[in-house]
Write a protein that binds this ligand. Structure first.
Ligand code: FES
Ligand code: FE2
Length: 381
């Protein structure tokens, strides 16, 4: 039943079921979710090596705009420089480690509140009072460390691995698939924040299948986007896509918001959920884009920030304020339903009676994700 003490957690035997073809595959074994050791290995093998989403470029439109972000315990500031470039810098002072800022706003430079060392927006130390007599002190060597960053479809991605391959080329097929939605031109509004006391993969799995519309969302999503119509194309990169057609002309809940981008008639009648591995979750619709930002704190907890994004003209027009609010309220109701499902799963995963379960072929995105995860994690602990 349970793992023997001498059996490795992520041995080939333990992962064999998840590795089978989709039609015969199982979930990952429960310890992939519940084990602190697995999470530690994930940090090393996945989270510190892959591209993680830090925010949206539209959150810092002007030179000097910045926001603070805590990611995997690192204290970061994401800032737009005078040159218009977005940079992700450490926000820890190079003198005695005080945090330079903790908020968001607009700054000409970052001045440390402790002894007034001052950094330019690109991280250069430009002022350090009374350091003339400090022997060997060189301003040039006290720059704020900069992380690798890249913009994809309006999102700012960061990578702690200086040698990581660029993200954009790997996501080119996904960009092409979603080109009609013009995601890079959208504007994000923060909708809700949830302290989520379960493993991050429980939410990724939940986000990436419509099978649960049947029960969890029987009164919200299932009447519009029925589980049985959902399908998933084969993926050509580190991502999965779930396509959820609506029931037809009469069923679509038109919010009255203008359509985004350039959509085909087919695209105008479906909801899409996508994940860029490991956990960048987003869902474009004909009128909006929902984005879930996950900030893991351990194997059993993460902060979830939900954003709703809209085309600039919808966002800026007061006539659409009610429709936007209505959409945000709907998103929150749907996520409340998902929280109940995720908490029930999290509790069940700790039972000795459960090891793995058979996947439904409708859960193809979970299977795709699992293959990617196993490739990086097999034998790790
Ligand atoms: S800790 Fe920042 S100036 Fe001293
Ligand atoms: Fe859901």
């Amino acid at each position: 039943m349970s793992t023997q003490a001498n059996e490795k957690l992520l041995s080939p035997e333990r992962l064999a079921g998840a590795r089978r073809d989709l039609e015969k595959a199982t979930t990952l074994p429960s310890e992939a979710f519940t084990s602190p050791a697995v999470y530690e290995a994930e940090v090393e093998r996945i989270l510190e090596r892959e591209w993680l989403c830090a925010g949206r470029a539209d959150q810092i439109p002007e030179a000097g705009d910045y926001f603070s972000l805590d990611l995997l315990g690192e204290k970061l500031v994401v800032v737009r420089g005078r040159d218009g470039e977005i940079r992700v810098l450490s926000r820890v002072c190079r003198h005695r480690a005080a945090e330079l800022v903790r908020d968001s706003g607009n700054a000409r430079s970052f001045q440390c509140p402790y002894h007034a060392w001052t950094y330019a927006l690109d991280g250069r130390l430009v002022g350090a009072p009374m350091m003339e007599d400090a022997e060997g002190f060189e301003r040039e060597s006290c720059r704020l460390p900069e992380m690798r960053s890249e913009i994809w479809e309006g999102w700012i991605f960061v990578n702690f691995d200086a040698d990581a391959a660029p993200l954009g080329p790997r996501l080119a097929p996904l960009s092409e698939l979603l080109a009609g939605y013009a995601m890079s031109e959208m504007v994000a509004i923060e909708t809700a924040t949830f302290d989520s006391p379960f493993n991050w993969k429980v939410l990724v799995d939940n986000f990436m299948e419509a099978y649960h519309h049947l029960a969890t969302h029987r009164d919200t999503l299932e009447p519009i986007f029925p589980a049985r119509l959902s399908h998933t194309p084969d993926n050509e990169g580190p991502y999965s896509v779930l396509i959820m057609p609506d029931r037809g002309e009469a069923a679509g809940p038109s919010s009255g918001l203008p359509r985004v981008g350039q959509l085909t008639p087919e695209e105008a009648h479906r909801l899409i959920a996508a994940v860029v591995y490991p956990f960048h979750l987003f869902a474009p619709t004909p009128e909006s884009l929902t984005w879930y930002q996950l900030l893991p704190h351990g194997h059993d907890r993460f902060t979830l920030r939900i954003y709703s994004c809209f085309a600039r003209e919808a966002h800026d027009d007061p006539a659409h304020a009610d429709a936007i609010e209505g959409l945000q309220a709907f998103t929150k109701i749907v996520h409340q339903q998902d929280i109940e499902a995720c908490e029930a799963v999290w509790s069940g995963l700790h039972s000795r009676a459960f090891e793995t379960g058979p996947l439904c072929p409708l859960e193809k995105p979970i299977w795709q994700f699992n293959q990617w995860w196993i490739e990086r994690m097999a034998g790790a602990v």
